[in-house]
Design a protein around this ligand. Structure first.
Ligand code: BGC
Length: 375
């Protein structure tokens, strides 16, 4: 608990020190980044300084949050005296593997990796292990590799429970008679986080589905069926188009859509706008991406989970610094995340609930976005 409080405290502290940088990065990434390997690689950067070299591998520039994560990691690591090799892999697994290989061969002494597919890095990370290069899994756990030293993330299960509880409370499932119609949309099956988000939400919602108070009219409830490859907005939109035309085209009311994150929520919102004429359903999300906060303000998305990327970056820099100085990284969870080779010591930051009532305080007053980003 103390550590969680510390994490939240650091978020506030970093707000002040990173105000200028974060304002810039959100403005830079507000438009859709071209997600080709060339574009990502061209945008990657290597800079020099004295404390040692750290490789930072991010999945893609296409989603707003990873640009912010990358920018924050780079500027904070550089401020702490490290040389940084920051790479984005255009959501292409082979590109990420070769970027990591290059980092290992070009003298990086530690790797921070947000994987595209948690199961695809085992082989390349054997090389890191042979060279005694510690690996921190960033946000997403890297599976089935004993080269992973630590994991730093937001509490993924808690993200899901907050989304499920929001739907439960908004529909007043404890007291209202129902039944209510709900549809389910989660993320990439290769991203270990998606199972935690979906699992956390379903642990809240499943009892109401079992009791018949919540009805999934499409019948699509298992993880594999409701997963969205690459967390793609277009894929989520196409699936929702099909669900609406098969189940809600006759005026049947859709009461809620559980969306595990903002990119999938955006697809659902686009689909509803084009195909659905009934009362707007409750829609959950995660990340507080600019497009989704705008939709929240416009009444098209009910909530999002705010994961302040500054908080995670600060924590990871603290971990990097401890390891590079020969010590142990701070952790607050040694039970939850088994990657198939054993439990990976983790630091879990606390995600925060955001909606139209508190977004200004959380996102604008904290300097995460400028007011003008959201207009
Ligand atoms: C992250 C989410 C993000 C999703 C899609 C997940 O691993 O935890 O914050 O929305 O990937 O990029």
């Amino acid at each position: 608990m103390k550590k969680k409080l510390l994490c939240m405290f650091m978020a506030t502290a970093m707000t002040v020190s990173l105000l200028a940088g974060c304002g810039n990065s959100s403005a830079d990434t507000g438009s859709t980044a071209s997600d080709t390997a060339a574009a990502d690689t061209a945008a990657a950067d290597t800079t020099a300084s004295g404390g040692g070299k750290v490789g930072v591998a991010m999945p893609t520039k296409d989603l707003q949050r990873w640009n912010q994560d990358g920018d924050n990691m780079k500027s904070e690591l550089e401020a702490a005296g490290y040389e940084v090799d920051l790479q984005y892999a255009a959501n292409d697994i082979a590109t990420q593997v070769s970027q990591i290989e290059n980092m290992i061969n070009s003298g990086c002494q530690l790797l921070v990796i947000a994987s595209i597919d948690g199961d695809s890095l085992g082989t390349v990370l054997e090389q890191a292990k042979e060279k005694d290069i510690p690996v921190i899994a960033y946000d997403r756990l890297i599976m089935n590799s004993d080269a992973v030293s630590y994991y730093a993330t937001f509490d993924n299960y808690m993200v899901g429970t907050k989304q499920g509880e929001y739907i439960r409370d908004q529909l007043d499932l404890e007291n209202a008679a129902g039944p209510f119609n709900i549809e389910l949309v989660t993320g990439d099956p290769g991203d270990n986080n998606a199972r935690y988000f979906f699992g956390g939400a379903m642990d809240v919602l499943q009892p109401y589905i079992d009791a018949g108070k919540l009805v999934v009219k499409s019948g699509q409830t298992d993880f594999e069926t409701v997963a969205t490859a690459n967390w793609s907005t277009e894929t989520a939109q196409a699936r929702m188009d099909a669900i609406i035309s098969a189940n809600y085209a006759d005026g049947t009311k859709l009461d809620a859509v559980l969306c595990s994150n903002d990119s999938t929520a955006l697809g659902v919102e686009n689909s509803l706008e084009a195909n659905y004429t009934g009362d707007w359903p409750i829609i959950t999300g995660q990340d507080c991406d600019i497009a989704n906060v705008k939709n929240m303000i416009a009444g098209k998305q009910s909530m999002s989970i705010f994961k302040d990327t500054r908080t995670l970056a600060s924590k990871v820099v603290e971990m990097v610094d401890a390891i590079m100085k020969g010590g142990e990284a701070p952790v607050n969870d040694t039970e939850t995340y088994d990657n198939g080779t054993g439990v990976i010591p983790s630091y879990l930051c606390e995600p925060v609930f955001a909606d139209v009532n508190n977004y200004k305080e959380l996102l604008v007053d904290s300097g995460y976005y400028a007011e003008s980003d959201l207009q």
